[in-house]
Design a protein around this ligand. Sequence first.
Ligand code: RFL
Ligand code: PHB
Length: 391
Amino acid sequence: MGRTQIAIIGAGPAGLLLGQLLHKYGIDNVILERKDPDYVLSRIRAGVLEQGAVDMLDEAGVSARLHREGLVHDGIEIAFGGVRHRIDLKQASGGKSVTVYGQTEVTRDLMEARAEAGLTTIYDAADVSLHDFDGANPTVRYVKDGATQELACDFMAGCDGFHGISRLSVPAGAVRNFERIYPFGWLGLLSDTPPVSPELIYTNHERGFALCSMRSKHRSRYYVQCSLDDQVEQWSDDRFWEELKRRLDPEAADHLVTGPSIEKSIAPLRSFVAEPMRFGKLFLAGDAAHIVPPTGAKGLNLAASDVHYLSTALREFYAEKSSAGIDAYSGRALARIWKAERFSWWMTSMLHRFPDSDGFAGRIQSAELDYLVGSAAATASLAENYVGLPY
Ligand code: RFL
Ligand code: PHB
């Protein structure tokens, strides 16, 4: 049987960042990942990093390329009624910005650093199961190349995303789930075309929400709100570009450069929190414990703040023989998570088309948007949340 201090389930951004920080603190860890590295890198997801997440990547020693290639954004645009309004994030938040750098690139940088440090990641680990995390001999079992293996550990970190096994390993009575499902999805398209505008544009339109984002000065990421019944095959590139253009303000529609898609996918929108995030010697972090709709760009950033609380808690445990950090982990993480849940739910509510039989919700939405761009206090509140609340 193998042995490690921390068994990490999942080699997404949460698991990889946790592993890298623990290694810096002299804490030994092994990552078990169900898929292969190429599959993990093929998932096109987040694009916006808060300063807190950038600081953590700095601390982990994996940010050289991020600082070379990442785009620092001081503002975003909110469009409604065919008019764009710039939110000066930097000015409204007292000097903070966000960095546009894809999750794929963060993951690649973390994978390379892990390989360089000679740390163990077991890819294609099937049937991972967690045992005795409430007892004296926590053990993770998995199947690799047809053989069952066992890994003994001090603690387990469940970083295996929303569909992972960690949260499901906890007895149903020990966990409480909170959930909202939204009645629409996002259809995303990635293309090697220059972004329509230097900053992100979030658009409220009667045909539905649209978002213009990017990965670099040559690669764009666009989203349109779609029906949950839509299949990606029903959306040719031409249909996507035409729908996006109809939702953009005239100037943006005019400037939009279209091209063949590199990737196209539909994601459902969900708010979800599992409480608590610690069960004896098992901790949950990232999407394994919570999901936000992508409208606030908070998912990856919450994974980073969870990892901050968890890595510092484990460091305290080993270096100072103190359990204070691990005892406080769930409460500290959840206090920040719920604020990001609120923000993501609010951004989603303000910007999407909902079924609205009498039009009341639509009028409230218009008033909300008008208030947002017309009030310094409302603008400051959006900016403070978008750049990221303190850890
Ligand atoms: P991940 O990335 O899902 O990684 C979990 C890993 O665990 C593995 N796994 C298992 N391994 C072993 N055994 C099992 N039984 C396992 N089950 C699963 C999986 O294969 C996987 O490799 O979770 P993590 O690390 O917590 O990271 C969370 C982020 O990926 C997620 O929050 C963000 O992508 C959310 N998100 C965004 N976040 C932002 O901060 N800013 C954004 O702009 C942003 N945009 C987005 C997004 C998510 C999106 N989708 C598709 C969900 C845009 C979209 C469209
Ligand atoms: C993205 O670039 O994928 C992205 C950006 C901002 C969001 C969501 C997704 O709010």
